[in-house]
Design a protein around this ligand. Structure first.
Ligand SMILES: *[C@@H]1O[C@H](CO)[C@@H](O)[C@H](O)[C@H]1NC(C)=O
Ligand SMILES: *[C@@H]1O[C@H](CO)[C@@H](O)[C@H](O)[C@H]1NC(C)=O
Ligand SMILES: [Zn+2]
Length: 472
């Protein structure tokens, strides 16, 4: 079944179910959404109201640690079975307000949560399909203390409220994995994934907000994410650090450069005018002339950002979205901004279904194999081009490999098994789930062979991982 016929069938089935009152049956009255700046307490109430009204597909929880001032870092999750990873369902996240004075993303995510709940209950086939086939995490504010300071001081200063309450820029506080990746490149050592275990010192102490985010990144097998900022209008993709140390103007491509460019465009081109060359740029650079996207380091280099950390510490592909010229727009701008961003926010979530996914399993026992290494070579142009960034299968053996259309050689390898290679054709598909390619692995009693890359276990030594605290 092709994805588009699958989707069409699903849509028809859902339409019938919703006529029968089986989808989106109303549980109570969802309060209408108010477009205004919600303070930290109001944000919690909005999320809890939504999770209460859509309790079969959502829940509110907090990250493991609160902010410096003790404010919990709330998130809301939407999925078929909230609170659990579902085999073959990709995990997605949006994170906003890491810079406390960049507040649009925070309100957009509250509205998005409300929209998903409302549309799910109304039986909107797109939303129902997405929620049932994706686990979506929305974190409206990971720097609530900065938000409070920015708000208390009028919100119009470039920097006041950007930092957390220890005056640390959280988006510079992540361990620098780029330098490790670049030095591995120089020594022709191919490690370019799950690099946290190669960190042996930190240049600055991790803030509680950063620690919470890192634990979340390591705990959930995310496939795709974006972090929402303000101050410009552009979709920024890895890497954020230049290889030479140059501060601006040097393109730093990641092994998945083509996929990242696709992902950034999946946002910019579905935004009302991020990719419109007739728009007046916010600042000096006219990103719209280039499709509304930019490589991070080409724009300006930074160390310790969350975007590159996600890519180099986990399976997650993350981009950074600058959503408005104004960091703290007036409340009257929030509704029009939602309209300008809605399609882009939806379209980007769908990208967690591009490429291929499947289950790596032991051909004898039929058990899923976790931490299997998935290595990809691009064969589209005949000359093999290796993509030097492997991803690992998750706990139950399921893996997700985001890819743009093309022909790929995919090799899966795990300790104690023979490698298994398949040639895969990825085509552009409409909204639907990724093409499924499973990998049975043989040869448990073969001599143990070394891994493609000897880094199969996600690092968990220097950071303990208590379970998230469930609020509701
Ligand atoms: C920390 O929070 C307190 C209490 O809100 C505030 O007075 C102070 O200015 C904040 N400090 C920083 C560095 O953000
Ligand atoms: C593979 O190569 C084709 C042809 O150059 C290209 O269009 C595609 O984006 C590449 N895929 C990836 C994931 O780099
Ligand atoms: Zn920012």
């Amino acid at each position: 079944m092709s994805s588009s016929t699958g989707m069409a069938a699903a849509v028809v089935a859902l339409a019938v179910l919703s006529l029968m009152g089986l989808v989106g049956r109303s549980q109570g009255l969802l309060k209408p959404f108010e477009f205004r700046h919600h303070d930290n307490e109001e944000m919690r109430l909005v999320l809890e109201d939504i999770a209460g009204e859509c309790s079969d597909v959502s829940r509110v929880a907090t990250l493991t640690e609160p902010s410096v001032l003790g404010t919990p870092l709330y998130y809301i999750e939407f999925s078929k079975h909230p609170g659990r990873h579902q085999i073959l369902n990709p995990e997605f996240k949006y994170v906003a307000n890491i810079h406390g004075n960049e507040v649009l993303g925070r309100e957009l995510l509250l509205k998005l949560a409300h929209y998903l709940c409302e549309q799910y209950r109304a039986g909107n086939p797109e939303v129902v399909f997405l929620v049932r086939n994706t686990r979506i995490h929305l974190m409206p504010s990971v720097n609530p203390d900065g938000w409070q300071l920015a708000t208390d001081t009028g919100g119009q200063h470039e920097l006041i409220g950007r930092y957390n309450n220890n005056s640390v820029d959280l988006n510079r506080n992540f361990p620098d994995l780029n330098s490790i990746a670049y030095s591995n490149e120089e020594f022709s050592k191919e490690d370019n994934n799950h690099l946290l275990k190669e960190v042996n010192s930190l240049t600055q102490p991790l803030q509680p907000e950063t620690r919470s985010l890192i634990r979340n990144i390591l705990q959930i097998p995310y496939v795709l994410s974006a972090t929402l900022h303000g101050g410009d209008l552009v979709a920024n993709y890895p890497y954020d650090l230049s290889r030479s140390g140059k501060e601006t103007g040097e393109y730093a491509s990641a092994p998945d450069d083509e996929t990242f460019r696709h992902l950034a465009k999946a946002y910019s081109q579905h935004h009302a005018d991020m990719a419109d060359p007739n728009m007046k740029p916010c600042n000096d650079e006219n990103f719209a002339k280039n499709g509304g996207i930019t490589n991070g380091a080409k724009w300006y280099a930074l160390v310790g950002g969350m975007q590159d950390f996600n890519y180099l510490a986990s399976n997650d592909f993350e981009i950074t979205l600058e959503l408005s010229c104004q960091k703290y727009p007036p409340a009257s701008r929030l509704e029009p901004e939602w309209e300008r961003n809605r399609n882009a926010l939806m379209n980007y979530m769908w990208q967690s279904h591009i490429g291929i996914k499947g289950i790596v399993y032991d051909a004898n026992t039929k058990q899923g194999v976790p931490n299997a290494v998935v290595h990809v070579t691009n064969m589209t142009e005949g000359i093999p081009r290796e993509i030097k960034h492997d991803i690992l299968s998750a706990h139950d053996g399921d893996y997700y490999r985001l890819l743009t259309p093309g022909t790929y050689k995919v090799t899966v390898q795990a300790k104690g098994f023979q490698p298994h290679t398949k040639l895969v054709n990825v085509v552009q598909r409409g909204y639907g789930t990724a093409k499924r390619i499973d990998f049975p692995l043989h040869g448990h009693n073969f001599q143990e062979r070394p891994l493609v890359h000897a880094n199969q276990m996600p690092f968990n030594g220097w950071i303990n991982r208590p379970q998230p605290i469930v609020v509701q």
